[in-house]
Design a protein around this ligand. Structure first.
Ligand code: ATP
Ligand code: MG
Ligand code: FE
Length: 358
């Protein structure tokens, strides 16, 4: 199966052609991503209107380029997969309408893919993982712990009750005067810092649920910075290092609790002989986060799977792959009346219904 994928849900315009063989193996034939980072950096965040326009301008050429790199024509594609939510509605409209137009013109089936499903299934493309497994999605817009049971079968075990983790990095960077995007800047500054200097809060640690909370941490950073005014480079480094340490401890507690629950539910029943935790989202670039998750997995007997960074951040290969998995699982394609949805939880009823019995 050869699938053309289209991704336009946030600030990356992307197109990709992915192959899925009969054994379930996958290969990326052509993959292009255009980041709009420069268009948005002056504003310190993603501006929806600018994003939608940039998608319109770039998408057609990116699709042509992905096909060219894959060495295939539209005629040789078996289906089209386009992100139809969740995300910024303007961008979603651009990508989904383009997907529909291609489906209409070629007569090929269209899959309206949930962006989160793309992240959730990537590890099967890169590492051939089998179900079930746990996924931690940490990006600028999402922080979720998701049980991946099968294609179309997801359970959200935990989510943030306020800021996403990437958002916490971005806001912290902003109030310290560091550049956007904040994640890489905070990580860089933290290298020279003292992680013991500030004892920042670790919200929800010890809580029985599996949710996350990061807005209190950001507030604590603001208060620490205000108390020091004027802040020196050394102060900033110490704040960033202490901020990262608080996050590391929070993740250890929250994700650790999730891993234990997974073990109790599956490994004990002999269903997941080799339990695995997959990380996805832009924050997966963070060294501290990777080290924390790796040691947690080592301690609890989990395999830690971190796909290449280009496939952790937003891309179209994961959307094409999700479409391929749906097609291969015999799930029905979507009609040309499929609508973009700015909000679309992965474990929503529609998703579960489509995937029931598989
Ligand atoms: P979505 O949430 O819709 O998937 P997004 O564009 O918000 O999309 P990504 O592109 O996956 O998310 O990731 C961007 C986020 O990752 C930003 O918040 C950024 O600060 C964060 N990030 C990137 N590199 C690092 C890093 N080294 N450390 C921490 N955070 C990072
Ligand atoms: Mg992005
Ligand atoms: Fe994403």
């Amino acid at each position: 199966l050869r699938i053309l994928g289209i991704e336009t849900s946030c600030d990356e315009t992307a197109a990709s052609v992915v192959l899925r063989d009969d054994e379930g193996g996958g290969r990326i034939l052509g993959d292009v991503v255009l980041s709009q980072l420069e268009e948005h950096s002056a504003y310190g965040g993603v501006v929806p209107e600018i994003a939608a326009r940039a998608h319109v301008e770039a998408l057609d050429a990116l699709i042509a380029e992905a096909l060219l790199r894959a060495g295939v024509t539209l005629r040789e594609i078996d289906a089209i997969a386009a992100t139809s939510g969740p995300g910024l509605i303007g961008g979603l409209i651009v990508g989904l309408m383009t997907g529909k137009a291609i489906a209409r013109a070629t007569g090929k089936p269209l899959y309206a893919v949930n962006h989160l499903e793309g992240h959730a299934l990537t590890a099967r493309l890169t590492d051939g993982l089998s179900f079930p497994y746990l996924m931690l999605l940490v990006s600028g817009g999402h922080t979720q712990l998701i049980l991946v049971k099968g294609v179309g079968r997801y359970e959200r075990w935990g989510t943030t009750i306020d800021d996403a983790l990437g958002e916490a990095f971005d806001k912290t960077a902003k109030l310290l005067g560091l550049p956007y995007p904040g994640g890489p800047a905070v990580e860089r500054a933290a290298r020279a810092g003292d992680p013991e200097r500030f004892d920042f809060p670790r919200p929800l640690v010890g809580d029985a649920r599996l949710d996350f909370s990061f807005s209190g941490l950001k507030t604590a950073v603001r208060q620490a910075a205000q108390a020091l005014e004027p802040v020196t480079d050394k102060d900033i480094a110490d704040i960033c290092a202490s901020f990262q340490r608080a996050i590391s401890r929070t993740l250890k507690d929250r994700v650790g609790r999730g891993l234990k629950r997974f073990k109790a539910e599956f490994a004990a029943a002999g269903e997941a002989a080799h339990p695995a935790l997959v990380v996805a989202g832009g924050v997966a670039a963070n060294e501290m986060l990777r080290t924390t998750l790796q040691s947690l997995c080592d301690a609890l007997g989990f395999r830690f799977v971190a796909p290449p960074l280009a496939l952790c951040t937003d891309n179209a290969a994961m959307i094409a792959w999700a479409g391929a998995e749906r097609l291969a699982a015999g799930l029905p394609a979507d009609g040309l009346d499929a609508a973009p949805r700015s909000r679309w939880p992965l474990d929503s009823e529609a998703q579960a219904l489509i995937g029931s019995g598989k």
